[in-house]
Design a protein around this ligand. Structure first.
Ligand code: ATP
Length: 238
């Protein structure tokens, strides 16, 4: 299954200064696949995403599209097709909604930027209505939508999402996951989703990983995780 994976991590260790926070992670993501990452606070989920987009020092093999990216800069990794929606969304609060979306396409030189902006307003009509208002005046749910549109403006083949549902009302969370599923299907974007809302995330994902103290404790198909005793107790609450 790992042959020809879009993303492959082999024995990846990550460090903050001298402190090792990931202790040999193996993980793969196939083209167009949705992978969920579960784990308690401090388990290393954010660090895992930061390792992929080169925001933290690592050892071990990280390949994307068959090429090593371990030694590359964040800019290079974005250019190759990785985009991240960070926890807290990273809204450019003083810029308009429209400029926030366009900022995500800064790296592109092609002529389809306008078509993509229209696509995102079609996916998120609420953002179209508010395109001239400042990013900072949006609600939490709207900012999450904005962050996703902005991240996808670079036309990534892999989207990294760090707790997209954090702080959102349940109905908004449901809409958000519906949109992510639509985008994944229409644009065949692979996703790695770090998420506390395990039930919803497992519904959307094909596979998952449970991190515990910087290592992979459980991994498998979404179905298998849903039925795993420890996953149910810790993340599904039944
Ligand atoms: P959370 O859900 O709370 O964000 P997480 O699973 O994403 O948790 P990480 O944020 O990846 O966990 O943190 C993993 C470990 O790395 C923790 O022990 C944390 O204290 C440590 N850590 C995270 N960021 C830093 C940093 N900038 N400097 C030093 N240690 C850090």
């Amino acid at each position: 299954r790992t042959h020809g994976a879009l993303l492959e991590l082999r024995d990846v260790h990550a460090y903050y200064g001298d402190v090792e926070c990931l202790h040999g992670i193996d993980l793969t993501v196939d083209q167009g696949e949705v992978v969920v990452v579960l784990g308690a606070n401090g388990a290393g989920k954010t660090t895992l995403l930061r390792s992929i987009c080169r925001l933290v020092r690592t050892k071990g093999d990280i390949t994307f599209g068959g090429k090593q990216i371990g030694g590359k800069s964040t800019y290079d990794v974005v250019r190759r097709g990785v985009s991240m929606v960070p926890q807290g969304r990273g809204t450019l609060v003083d810029l308009s909604v429209d400029d926030n979306i366009r900022a995500g396409g800064y790296i592109r030189r092609d002529k389809e930027v306008e078509a993509d902006v229209r696509y995102w307003y079609d996916v998120f009509p609420r953002l179209a209505e508010r395109k001239s208002t400042s990013g900072g005046s949006l609600s939490g749910g709207e900012q999450q939508m904005l962050a996703i549109a902005r991240a996808l403006m670079s036309r990534p083949t892999l989207l990294l999402l760090d707790e997209p549902s954090l702080g959102l009302a349940p109905i908004v969370v449901r809409q958000l996951f519906d949109v992510l599923a639509r985008v994944c299907a229409e644009r065949s974007v692979a996703m790695v989703v770090v998420e506390q809302n395990a039930a919803l995330a497992l519904d959307m994902a094909q596979r998952g990983y449970v991190l515990e103290a910087g290592t992979v404790a459980v991994t498998g198909a979404a179905d298998r995780l849903r039925n795993d005793e420890s996953v149910r107790r810790a993340y599904l609450g039944y």
